[in-house]
Design a protein around this ligand. Structure first.
Ligand SMILES: Nc1ncnc2c1ncn2[C@@H]1O[C@H](COP(=O)(O)OP(=O)(O)O)[C@@H](O)[C@H]1O
Ligand SMILES: [Mg+2]
Length: 347
């Protein structure tokens, strides 16, 4: 495994500062998909990014790898990888970083496995894309990567095709492909979303094992609190293209301060035996991203909103140690005191 150069003092491998990514939407309109996002990924840690669909999670991830397609563009901010701003890199340098130093498992099915290529060819191609070398070496590395995700019969499956395997198994092959060059950072965008609950647990276990064995830093993107609660060290909550709250996992899951985070936690699906209790879903919908209202974008859905909330965008402020919240009225809420809470979070 490569040892990372360029450590910075606070052990941060990737820091995103005030990232803004927009899409031109015709007639002079701009969709501000990511509007001032800030977060840090600590070396060897797992950062969970959570938010409803459309909140800008995938656009944030794609911005890090600079794969935003037209009419999208990065309008500002910094993406500091090992202390250097990715936004200042040449395209050539970016190509050497993608897959090799920062790799990504994509959410979109368009990037799924090629049905006409064998599993072995997929893995060897992923290896040779950055490190052209003999097929023996590539094969050896492919088997090692499969082993990493718990697939120990690599030789047997090498000549098989993707359609011969289940969705969960194919996802593990994806993880193996994204790990084959031992990157420093893995971004997994909704890696469990279309999978059943048992397979979800298997994928999280595989990622967790990869993390333990390699010490890689992981960003896991999801709209499922169950997933981040099982797997993250730190959590960052997105709403309408912004960071609304971030903290170490335990703080966020036991003492969330932002009304949106509290709403998300209160709407975690109930356990079987608690199904008789009511799930409190957040009323209303996220804003239209081409027309976000002034002030706090969550204000129209927020039971605590005052007049300031519809006028001023709240800044991300420290409300506790390592706990940041962008709210004019951060809440003093304790999950353990909430008798109506029925969800099952692994704190
Ligand atoms: N290719 C695109 N063209 C225009 N707008 C886009 C495009 N991709 C994303 N967006 C906008 O960015 C917002 C955030 O998208 P995305 O990051 O995919 O959300 P999610 O949090 O579900 O991953 C969407 O609501 C959409 O308005
Ligand atoms: Mg997405």
């Amino acid at each position: 495994m490569r040892t990372s150069a360029g450590t910075d003092k606070d052990n941060t491998i990737l820091r995103v500062e005030n990232l803004r990514t927009y899409f031109k939407a015709g007639q002079g309109n701009v969709v501000k998909a990511v509007e001032g996002v800030n977060f840090s990924l600590r070396r060897g840690m797992v950062l969970g990014i959570i938010g409803e669909s459309g909140s800008g999670k995938s656009v944030t991830a794609r911005s890090i790898l600079r794969i935003i397609e037209s009419p999208g563009y990065i309008a500002g901010g910094k993406i500091l990888f090992k202390g250097e701003d990715v936004l200042s890199f040449s395209e050539k340098k970016m190509r050497s970083i993608r897959g090799n130093e920062i790799s990504m498992i994509f959410q979109e099915p368009t990037t799924s496995l090629n049905p006409f290529m064998t599993i072995g060819d997929h893995l060897m191609e992923a290896y040779n894309s950055h490190t052209p070398s003999g097929s023996e070496k590539a094969k050896e590395e492919a088997l090692r990567a499969l082993h990493l995700v718990g697939i120990n019969n690599g030789r047997e499956i090498f000549r098989k095709f993707p359609c011969q395997f289940s969705a969960g198994f194919r996802q593990r092959i994806f993880i193996a492909m994204s790990m084959i060059l031992y990157p420093d950072v893995l971004i997994a965008d909704e890696p469990t979303t279309s999978l059943g609950i048992t397979i979800q647990a298997e994928i999280i276990a595989a990622l967790s094992e990869v993390q333990k064995q390699t010490g890689i830093s992981i960003i896991i993107i999801t709209h499922d609190f169950g997933v981040v609660s099982q797997f993250s060290d730190d959590i960052f909550v997105m709403y309408a293209g912004r960071c609304v709250e971030s903290s170490p996992k335990k703080t966020l899951l036991t003492k969330p301060a932002h009304p949106y985070t509290i709403g998300l936690i209160r709407s975690v699906p109930l356990l079987e035996e608690r199904k008789t209790r009511r799930v409190k879903s957040i009323p209303g919908f996220p804003p239209d991203m081409s027309n976000v209202p002034p002030g706090c974008p969550f204000a129209p859905r927020c039971e605590f909103a005052g007049s300031v909330c519809t006028e001023e965008v709240p800044e991300l402020r420290e409300v506790g140690e390592g706990h940041l919240c962008a709210c004019h009225y951060p809440q003093d809420y304790n999950v353990n005191d909430d008798t109506e809470l029925g969800g099952d979070l692994h704190v």
